[in-house]
Design a protein around this ligand. Structure first.
Ligand code: SAH
Length: 259
């Protein structure tokens, strides 16, 4: 087979999750996919974390958040024969690129897109990494919710928050508070405080697995919106979540496995 033949076939598209930051938490499967890629796509910050790449690898960094456009671009390259890797932080299926990629395929008219060898490689998600630092706050039933209203109405977010609190699930909040929506986290807190006691344990993981990593254990009453930004994942405990002293003077947080 000539090189031209090889390039005329549909190639592959692999959607990978880098984990929260530290390369030690990146799976070997993801590292192998990154090394084998001819073309790498993703948000610039994540590609910087994923590199360095070799000279022969083409890096298509983007600064915009238009995920569906990025997914379509990835399919176009792969349909032309490239080995494409699309990079997400954490897990690609948790508020990240995997759903946009499958959505692009769902809407695809080009038959070559359906022949692309598509795979999705999981990664450690931010809530899992923050939970591990704190102990085991996700040790029993929990739910993950994004507070971003870019893709869903705010009223729906408040409704879900209220229902999750009623169900007494541990709550992992992604995209909690951005410069564009500085006040919504306060609104979310009002909804949660209306249902959960003031001494409910709250864990804040910021820049987990990165140089500026920090972990804060506080309570629902003490939590202030200013402590939270887009680099933070917020874990709000259930009525069962508790803390115990740790030898270093801090505490371990856990949610018991049984009632
Ligand atoms: N796919 C990612 C989530 C993307 S949404 C994952 O599975 O982790 C982006 C949100 O994830 C951020 O606003 C923040 O809430 C959280 N997040 C991502 N990386 C993080 C990290 N290293 N430390 C703390 N929170 C992080």
């Amino acid at each position: 087979m000539t090189a031209a033949d090889a390039r005329s076939r549909p190639g592959s598209l692999t959607v990978v999750g880098l984990g929260p930051g530290d390369t030690a938490h990146r799976t070997p499967a993801v590292s192998a996919a990154l090394a084998a890629a001819t073309d790498l796509l993703g948000y610039r910050t994540y590609l910087d974390l994923a590199g360095p790449f070799s000279d022969g690898q083409r890096v298509h960094a983007s600064d915009n958040r238009e995920e569906l456009d990025r997914a379509r671009h990835a399919f176009q390259l792969a349909a032309g024969g490239a080995r494409v890797v699309l990079v997400s932080s954490g897990d690609p299926g948790v508020f990240a690129m995997a759903a946009a990629v499958v959505e692009a395929l769902d809407n695809a008219r080009d038959p070559a897109w359906h022949e692309v060898a598509l795979s999705i490689l999981p990664g450690v998600s931010a809530a899992q990494a923050a939970a591990a630092l704190a102990g085991a706050p996700l040790g029993h039933d929990f739910c993950a919710l994004s507070l971003s209203d870019n893709l869903k109405p705010w009223a729906e977010i408040e409704r879900r928050l209220a229902l999750v609190c009623e169900a007494d699930l541990v709550l992992a909040l992604y995209n909690p508070r951005s410069k564009a929506r500085p006040d919504q986290f306060g609104q979310a807190l009002r909804v949660i405080r209306a249902q959960r006691p003031a001494d409910t344990v709250v864990v804040l993981g910021r820049d987990v697995g990165r140089a500026d990593e920090s972990l804060t254990v506080t309570t629902l009453a003490e939590l202030a919106p200013a402590q939270v930004d887009m680099r933070t994942v917020v874990i709000v405990g259930s009525s069962r979540t508790r803390r115990i002293p740790r030898a270093d003077g801090g505490c371990w947080v856990y949610t018991p496995r049984f009632y």
